[in-house]
Design a protein around this ligand. Structure first.
Ligand code: IPE
Ligand code: IPE
Ligand code: MG
Length: 251
């Protein structure tokens, strides 16, 4: 039996919006953990720890309001440039969070999928991601794309390389390559286009997150550090999204 999400701790319920105004796929750049920690005189790692609850509150809020897919940016292909201590912490932390939250996600009907590159990623992190994928594969309430060692350019280059190999082997004709065919070579071929692209911390950039999937996403930048985010921030962003006029190039 699928469990209902726990209500927000203050008992607040989602805003009432027309079904068409709810984004299907929300991409989230969970940014600002380091600054949150610094403001408190804590090590950066304490900020990452405090960010865990934010993600899982947002997931419950997403289910409540009717979002079907969330992509969470947990570690980018550029984050290897951080200090070895922080990289090591983030690897272990991601591994532990995925393990710790697996049963809860499964109970809520969340399908967990890993999106990212295997190269350099700790084998123990890949193992936990694959365990979670296997356990939750049949769930239908919400899809959670855990983007770990993800980079948009890496994804596109890897896709181009795999496609080139298929052309060389004669499996694909070069003049038959379409956007639809190309997308089959991306990290998660069934990922839908991003409707709402959210970033916390006030930074207004995409930092290499889902460029292929976000070409027509509505961008919402929130002036709140990730550990201070909860589902109400998601709902506010969706209210903003509902006011946008999405034209997709039409007049
Ligand atoms: C986001 O918070 C978490 C990761 C990138 C892993 P940051 O660690 O980037 O926090 P700031 O941006 O330095 O405040
Ligand atoms: C993007 O945040 C990556 C994640 C949230 C995992 P960063 O903090 O790494 O991005 P930049 O360096 O500010 O662009
Ligand atoms: Mg940052």
């Amino acid at each position: 039996m699928t469990k209902k999400p726990n209500p927000h701790r203050a008992g607040i319920t989602p805003p009432k919006l027309a079904k068409e105004s709810i984004p299907n796929h929300v991409a989230i750049v969970m940014d600002g953990n380091g600054r949150w920690a610094k403001e408190r005189g804590l090590p950066r790692t304490a900020g990452h720890e405090a960010g865990e609850a934010a993600l899982f509150d947002v997931i419950e809020g997403a289910i409540e309001i009717g979002v079907k897919e969330i992509s969470a940016y947990a570690f980018s292909t550029e984050n290897w440039r951080r200090s070895p201590e922080e990289v090591k912490f983030l690897m272990g932390f991601n591994r532990d969070v995925i393990r710790r939250r697996r049963d809860e996600m499964n109970a809520l009907g969340v399908k967990v999928r890993w999106v990212g590159r295997p190269k350099r990623l700790w084998a123990s992190v890949i193992n936990e991601l694959e365990e979670a994928e296997d356990l939750t594969a049949k769930n239908k309430v919400l899809t959670l794309n855990m983007c770990v060692n993800y980079g948009g350019r890496a994804e596109i280059v890897d896709a181009a390389s795999a496609l080139a190999l298929d052309v060389k082997r004669g499996k694909v004709k070069a003049d038959a390559i379409t956007e639809k065919l190309f997308a089959k070579y991306l990290d998660q071929p069934t990922m839908s286009d991003v409707d709402l692209f959210l970033r916390s911390s006030g930074e207004m950039r995409t930092s290499n997150f889902l460029p292929w999937q976000s070409v027509y996403a509505e961008m919402v930048f929130m002036d709140v550090l990730w550990p201070d985010v909860d589902r109400r921030v998601l709902w506010r962003a969706i209210e903003e999204y509902a006011k946008r006029d999405r034209r997709f190039g039409k007049a």
